[in-house]
Ligand binder design. Structure first.
Ligand SMILES: O=P(O)(O)OC[C@@H](O)[C@@H](O)c1c[nH]c2ccccc12
Length: 254
């Protein structure tokens, strides 16, 4: 049976997935519903929700700072899950979190509780495919949570094949070698790499890392199913540029 995340993303012509840091709001987690509704109304296809962590190895400065602001508000994984249980949304949520807090919480309990929320996908960037049995051992079909694979575009076709084999939801194509952050410069071969990856899978392929302008979005929409935008959205929300966020998503999904 096709899981909800894949079902809901399939058929969307220009997938747009904004990333937000849970708890990075004036009112902390009490502001989460408001931000989710704002992004959903603007036209987001799904929303990636980050769990703050003290040692976020894949995060660039903007996301890292957002995590620190959230941690300063004492936002915990437990509190995030409890808040998500109350969130109302028609679009799927994807949780992005590092393994350590999940392990501390208890992996099985974490997945069980997560399945009671609108979270339909999970990204754990510091657990490579070879070690994902730490998660998949406890992940049952009824939980309806897709473990999303991050695939580096310079990784070589054999590795890419391995990663997309049995993948669920969508493929997260990582556009740069390095950490997250707006304003990356992309290599000329990138579009070709994305096309190669897209040809290896039936799943939607979404491009993330450094996507921050409508030109970036248009470029990647040509060769993939859509984009993930983190740092730009996190920064604009933090600076109160709500209008900018709304128009950006509207334009990106037109
Ligand atoms: O911020 P950027 O460059 O737009 O990239 C998306 C990114 O923030 C989000 O998907 C993300 C935040 N932290 C991560 C860690 C690993 C993979 C992905 C992420």
């Amino acid at each position: 049976m096709m899981k909800t995340l894949e079902k809901q993303l399939r058929g969307i012509e220009k997938i747009f997935i904004p990333y937000i840091m849970a708890g990075d709001h004036e009112r902390g987690l009490d502001g989460l519903q408001e931000t989710i509704s704002l992004l959903e109304t603007a036209g987001a296809s799904a929303i990636e929700i980050g769990v703050p962590f003290s040692d976020p190895v894949a995060d660039g400065p903007v996301i890292e700072q957002a995590g620190l602001r959230s941690l300063a508000k004492n936002v915990s994984l437990t509190a995030i899950i409890e808040t998500l249980k109350t969130v109302k949304t028609e679009i799927p949520l994807v949780m992005m979190g590092y393994m350590n807090p999940i392990y501390q919480y208890g992996t099985e309990k974490f997945l069980t509780e997560l399945s009671k929320t609108p979270v339909k996908g999970l990204i754990v960037p510091d657990v490579p495919k070879e070690a994902q049995n730490f998660l998949t051992d406890f992940l049952t079909a009824e939980m309806d949570i897709c473990l999303v694979q991050l695939v580096s575009l310079t990784t070589g076709v054999e590795r890419q094949k391995l990663l997309v084999d049995g993948a669920e939801g969508f493929i997260y194509a990582v556009a740069v070698n390095g950490v997250t952050g707006a304003g990356a410069t992309y290599s000329d071969e990138l579009d070709e790499h994305i096309s190669t990856l897209s040809n290896l899978t039936d799943l939607p392929v979404c491009v993330g890392f450094g996507v921050s302008t409508l030109d970036d979005v248009a470029r990647f929409n040509k060769v993939s199913s859509g984009v993930i935008v983190g740092s730009k959205i996190v920064r604009d929300l933090h600076e109160g540029k709500i209008e900018e966020v709304t128009t950006f998503i509207q334009e990106a999904t037109k």
